[in-house]
Every structure is written in structure tokens, then in C-alpha cells.
Design a protein around this ligand. Structure first.
Ligand code: P53
Length: 476
């Protein structure tokens, strides 16, 4: 009983939210650099706000972030001390291809990640690598319109050829696109997309999504060719929908919301556009342009496992305007009256994780990997940087328990669990430092002040014990 013997316990980060060093080592500028702190950080609306560079009025947290660019050795040592079996990180595309469309990669960027992977191996930590976590070189955004252009597929393919060959033997677990469904909800952050006046926004989004899906299949193909040991996963921003009432219309509304997200995973895991998506696109007049061979490619190179992030369940209804909404601009949904919420209004639902796991496992019958889960909270450190974060321990222990139930009681095949932001980092949704997820506190505030000193929170020792007992002892 319990988790598999080789269960991959660990933590997760993303390059743009922790590395900093935005102009070091020959790195090029990326979409994720030029979004300032604030709820309204993404220029989504046509013609409104277009941020292609820095300005003097705003603070850009990704520039320095928590400066992992210079602290990675110390940080990995702390992960090892907790007993991490895996560490999920992402590659900064513009470190390896500063412009994105070069033929030759930037050696300094490649070497940076190679050193990190070697350091992980030293401690027996298996790297889990997200090839792109929301980032796209700014040059590709400006010159090609990012993923709206088919040419991005080729540039991504170049990146994949380089990294799979270079990191062969060092990295085995790969994720192609972080939260691939985010392209619909936050297109600039998710895929570097922006819209001009007169654009058919839905058309552009689904065309870009198609390019990402093809790129993902190509990545899977190359990964398997270069090293049959490679395991490639898709990555979904998950969280099942509950109908607000038993009214059939509410149930139906939930089904439709889920399909919008499942669409991506259906293609990546089953290898074809699902019937409901084809019908929906036809109804909306969306015509996805495919090239010869695309369909065969998608069919032949499906993913090995399904990874996802889970923070909350969601609620669907036919008349959302009559009901209170949750906070958070990206995945706001109707408020569930039975659930508590975090300080940022994200509703807390451990059983929802078990439900989500069952939904995904029933649908795809492939191993699952939970690659993000956690509580964003305000931490108040004492003079030594120690944080008594019982609220975080409470959140995580309940979620681990629910995931254990999914494994033990329901028979879900789960490869591993990496908590989000195992070390405090910049929030993707708001750009704040104040919204912390870590077991490790980082002395830095929203304005960029602080010593960047790392210190252990109470949850550090808690997680260490959870890992040591393979999830048996969750007590605080
Ligand atoms: P933050 C929204 C909803 C679900 C997942 O989010 C999300 C978002 C983006 O805000 O993104 C993932 O930092 C993402 C991470 C992100 C994390 O969730 O807004 O993969 O990059 O940091 C948590 O609290």
C-alpha cells in the first residue's frame, strides 16, 4: 500500500520566476521579463497595452527574481537536504537561443543548465525539465507574432534537438509546455501572443494552440529517438469543475468548461482532435490551418504521462453573473460556498485533487504526475528568517492525504509530486514576492529590497519527514 517505492517527491520552479540574471550569460529578452508587478500585468486586449520592453514607471520582478542564477548551488543543496528525489525546473529559452531563430545555440546558456543537472545528479535528484514555462524570446514575439506563426514550430524543434542531445543521460523526464491550456486564458504570458485591432482572437488562439500541439508532438518524437529512456509529459492547469446545482444545465456547463481544457490533453495523449472540438470550432467559424503530415505526427507521437498543476477545483453554472466570483483574474470561477479560500481568494479543496486525479486517470489511462500544488500565503519571518507556516503544512498534508487516497483506494498510477515554489519565488499571476509558496524563505520584497538570504521554514522539516517516510507520516 501507499506510494510506489520510486515515487518522485520534490519541488517545482520556473526559470523566469526564480533565475533573474535576465541579461547575463548572453541571455535574450523574453515575454516573461517585460511584465511588471500587478494584477493587470498581461497585455491581453487588442491595441490597449503593449509591453515589449521595460519602462521607468514599472517594477519588473523577473529581472532579478530570487537570483537563482547565482544561488543555484546553495538552493539545490537545500533541496537535497529535504531529501528531494526530483526537482522540476524550466529552461529559459532565450538563454539557449537568445533571439529564438538562430541556428547555433548560446553555449553559456546550455552550460548553465548542464551544471545544474550535474549538481542534481550529485545528490541523486532526478531533474524534471519543462522545456517552456510561459517563456518565448521577445524577438520571436516581435518578428513573428510568437506562436501565431508556424515558424515557431521549427524554432522549437531546433531547441529540442539541441537540448535532448546535449542533456542525454542527464535528464529523462520532460514536459513540453507548461499549462498548455493557459494560452486561452492568458495568451501573452502563456504563449507570447498579442492581438492587433481587427484580429479574430479565437482564431489566432486556436491556430497558435495547433502550432504548440504540433511542436509538442515533434518534441516527443525527437526525445524518443535521441534516447528511448526519455519520458515526455504534457502539462495541464487542472482542477475539475463542479456543477453549481444539480440542474442539468449546470452539469452541462461544467462539461463544456472541462472540454475547453481537456482539448489540449486529448490531442497530446490520444493523438487527435476530439469530435467535440471539431464541432465547436466549425460552429464558431474557427479554421485551423494544418500542414500535410500534422495529423499523422499528432497521432504517432503521444505523450508518455500526464502531468498537471492543481490548486483548486472550479464551479460551473449557466448564470454566473448572478453569483459571487472567486478572486484571481486568470481562472476566476463561481465561488463554492462549501470551501475556504487562501489570502488570494483561491479556494482550498483537497478532495478536489482526488477527484481531478480520478477524472484524468479515467480519461487517459496513463501515469499521472502532479507537478504543481501548494499554498500562496503571506509569511512573517522572525529575526532569523524562520517562519512558522502551519497553514502551509495543513494545506499540503491534506492534499497529500487526498492523493494517497487516489492511489490507495482508487488505484491511480502516480509517478510523483512536486510542490509549487519549493523555494519562495515571484508569483506568475501578480508578480508579487509576497505570495509565497516555499519551504525555504527568501529575503526579498515586492519592490525588490532584501538580502536574498535563504532560510528554512517550519514546513522544511515537515516535508523532509514526509519524503523520508514515503508519505506515511504527515503529522505536524
Ligand atoms: P501564482 C493561475 C491559475 C492556475 C495556475 O500561481 C497558474 C496561474 C497563474 O497565476 O499558474 C501556475 O504564482 C504556473 C506557475 C504559477 C503557479 O501556478 O499566480 O504554472 O508559474 O506560479 C501559481 O500564485
Amino acid at each position: 500500500m501507499g506510494f510506489r517505492k520510486d515515487f518522485l517527491w520534490g519541488g517545482a520552479t520556473a526559470a523566469n520566476q526564480c533565475e533573474g540574471g535576465y541579461n547575463e550569460g548572453g541571455r535574450g529578452l523574453a515575454n516573461v521579463d517585460v511584465v511588471p508587478i500587478g494584477e493587470d500585468r498581461f497585455p491581453v486586449i487588442a491595441g490597449k497595452k503593449k509591453m515589449f520592453d521595460f519602462d521607468d514607471e514599472h517594477f519588473y520582478p523577473a529581472k532579478e527574481a530570487i537570483d537563482m542564477y547565482h544561488h543555484w548551488k546553495e538552493d539545490i543543496k537545500l533541496f537535497a537536504e529535504m531529501g528531494f528525489k526530483t526537482y522540476r525546473l524550466s529552461l529559459g529559452w532565450s538563454r539557449i537561443f537568445p533571439q529564438g531563430d538562430e541556428t547555433e545555440p548560446n553555449e553559456e546558456g546550455l552550460k548553465f543548465y548542464e551544471d545544474i543537472f550535474k549538481e542534481c545528479k550529485k545528490y541523486g535528484i532526478e531533474p524534471l525539465v519543462t522545456i517552456t514555462h510561459f517563456d518565448c524570446p521577445m524577438h520571436l514575439v516581435e518578428k513573428y507574432g510568437a506562436w501565431r506563426s508556424r515558424e515557431l514550430v521549427g524554432f522549437y524543434e531546433n531547441l529540442c534537438n539541441v537540448i535532448f542531445n546535449r542533456y542525454k543521460g542527464l535528464v529523462k523526464y520532460w514536459l513540453t509546455f507548461n499549462e498548455i491550456n493557459m494560452i486561452l486564458h492568458a495568451p501573452f504570458m502563456g504563449a507570447g501572443l498579442y492581438f492587433e485591432e481587427g484580429d479574430n482572437v479565437e482564431q489566432v488562439k486556436y491556430q497558435a494552440a495547433h502550432h504548440e500541439l504540433v511542436a509538442s508532438a515533434i518534441a516527443t518524437k525527437i526525445a524518443h529517438e535521441v534516447d528511448p529512456e526519455n519520458q515526455v509529459g504534457c502539462m495541464l492547469a487542472a482542477g475539475s469543475y463542479y456543477p453549481y446545482t444539480p440542474k442539468p444545465e449546470d452539469v452541462w456547463a461544467g462539461r463544456q468548461e472541462e472540454r475547453e481544457n481537456y482539448f489540449f490533453i486529448d490531442v497530446q495523449s490520444r493523438g487527435e482532435y476530439p469530435a467535440y472540438a471539431l464541432k465547436e470550432m466549425a460552429r464558431k467559424g474557427i479554421k485551423v490551418k494544418m500542414e500535410e503530415g500534422d495529423k499523422e505526427l499528432l497521432k504517432a507521437h503521444t505523450v508518455d504521462f500526464i502531468s498537471f498543476s492543481y490548486y483548486s477545483s472550479r464551479v460551473a453554472t449557466t448564470d454566473p453573473e448572478l453569483l459571487e466570483q472567486t478572486a484571481g483574474n486568470i481562472f476566476a470561477s463561481v465561488k463554492n460556498p462549501y470551501l475556504e479560500a487562501s489570502e488570494w481568494g483561491w479556494q482550498i479543496d483537497p478532495l478536489g485533487l482526488r477527484i481531478t486525479m480520478n477524472d484524468l486517470y479515467d480519461r487517459y489511462q496513463k501515469p499521472l504526475f502532479i507537478v504543481e500544488n501548494g499554498l500562496g500565503a503571506v509569511d512573517t519571518p522572525d529575526e532569523n528568517g524562520y517562519v512558522e507556516d502551519d497553514y502551509r503544512i495543513d494545506y499540503l498534508s491534506k492534499h497529500v492525504e487526498a492523493m494517497r487516497d487516489a492511489v490507495d483506494q482508487d488505484g491511480v498510477d502516480l509517478l510523483g509530486y512536486t510542490t509549487w515554489g519549493c523555494i519562495d519565488l515571484v508569483s506568475a499571476g501578480t508578480g508579487e514576492m509576497k505570495k509565497r509558496y516555499g519551504f525555504i524563505y527568501v529575503d526579498r520584497d515586492n519592490q525588490g529590497n532584501g538580502t536574498l538570504k535563504r532560510s528554512k521554514k517550519k514546513s522544511f522539516d515537515w516535508y523532509k519527514k514526509v519524503i523520508a517516510t514515503n508519505g506515511e507520516d504527515l503529522s505536524n
